[in-house]
Design a protein around this ligand. Structure first.
Ligand code: AMP
Ligand code: MN
Ligand code: MN
Ligand code: MN
Length: 279
């Protein structure tokens, strides 16, 4: 059976492996087809695609877009996108600019709490790529404020904690239209991470499908078996395609190894049917 992993991050966003190292790592872990889905950017795709092609590995151009919906931040993955599509490019540019403004606001909040120089600290970790909370988290660990990344996301940078800034990201309509307009498929990422009640999750799915959304992650690195079955049932109810991905960021921070995700429940329709039909 072919092994797919359709959600992961490289140094082009907040992952710790360079795109070609990430591809090599996934190859070693037995993945046959992967998608690189960096946050709000496509800069890693060309290098990763090249590396995959040299290894004879399947590669899908992807992205993970940050979206504000109903006052909450959610993530929409795009698969089989055209990274050159002008509206997508413009959207990415706008999101990148917003990320810089948000980073300054995060640093200001941390400063007010007594933590100085976090913006330059975070920049040392982002190394010129997209600037995100992971880079602030790395700075806070390195500066001795927390023992690890997981603790940072409990004590800082989240709601009601120092350094929290409510995001103002793309709308759901924008994200889906950038992805679909570029010829890609839109996927609701890690649906259990939002801690939505079923009613709210169904509202999101209905809004998403009305805009032309295609799929939902039925298997994601952070999901339990109960959650997988719950989302698989909802996917079936709404006739959404099912996606799978580890959301891998780093060998250190990963609790589930790529290649060791549980399989999609048999009654799901895998998202790769969409592009395998297209060919
Ligand atoms: P941002 O898009 O900049 O707001 O950052 C979101 C990223 O922060 C996620 O993609 C993860 O990489 C990281 N993150 C958020 N929450 C956690 C958590 N609880 N544990 C580890 N990483 C997290
Ligand atoms: Mn991330
Ligand atoms: Mn995400
Ligand atoms: Mn992700």
């Amino acid at each position: 059976m072919s092994v797919y992993d359709l959600h992961c991050h490289s140094t082009a966003s907040d992952g710790s492996l360079a795109p070609e190292q990430l591809v090599e790592h996934f190859y070693q872990m037995g993945i046959a087809t992967m998608a690189l889905t960096d946050h709000d950017g496509v800069d890693g795709l060309a290098t990763a695609r090249n590396a995959a092609s040299q290894l004879g590995m399947g590669f899908i151009d992807g992205i993970e877009l940050s979206v504000s919906w109903q006052g909450r931040t959610i993530h929409i993955v795009g698969l089989c996108i055209d990274p050159e599509y002008p509206q997508l490019q413009q959207g990415i540019q706008w999101l990148k600019k917003y990320r810089c403004e948000r980073a300054a606001a995060i640093a200001k909040e941390l400063q007010a709490y007594g933590i100085a120089d976090s913006l330059s600290g975070a920049r040392k970790f982002s190394k010129g790529s997209m600037l995100g909370r992971m880079h602030f988290a790395q700075f806070l660990v390195a500066a001795g404020y927390c023992k690890d990344i997981r603790t940072v996301f409990k004590k800082f940078l989240v709601k009601n904690k120092p350094g929290h800034v409510k995001g103002q990201w793309a709308t759901l309509q924008q994200a889906v239209s950038w992805i679909k307009g570029s010829g890609g498929f839109a996927v609701i990422a890690h649906p259990c991470r939002y801690r939505f009640k079923t009613k709210m999750l169904k509202r999101l799915i209905e809004d998403f499908m009305a805009l032309g959304g295609d799929a939902i992650e039925v298997v994601s690195g952070s999901m339990s078996e109960v959650e997988i079955l719950q989302i698989a049932n909802i996917a079936q109810e709404y006739k959404l395609y099912a996606s799978t991905g580890s959301d891998f960021h780093s060998v250190q921070y990963s609790w589930i190894k790529p290649g060791q995700l549980p399989p999609l429940p048999e009654f799901c329709t895998p998202i790769w049917h969409l592009w395998e039909q297209k060919r």
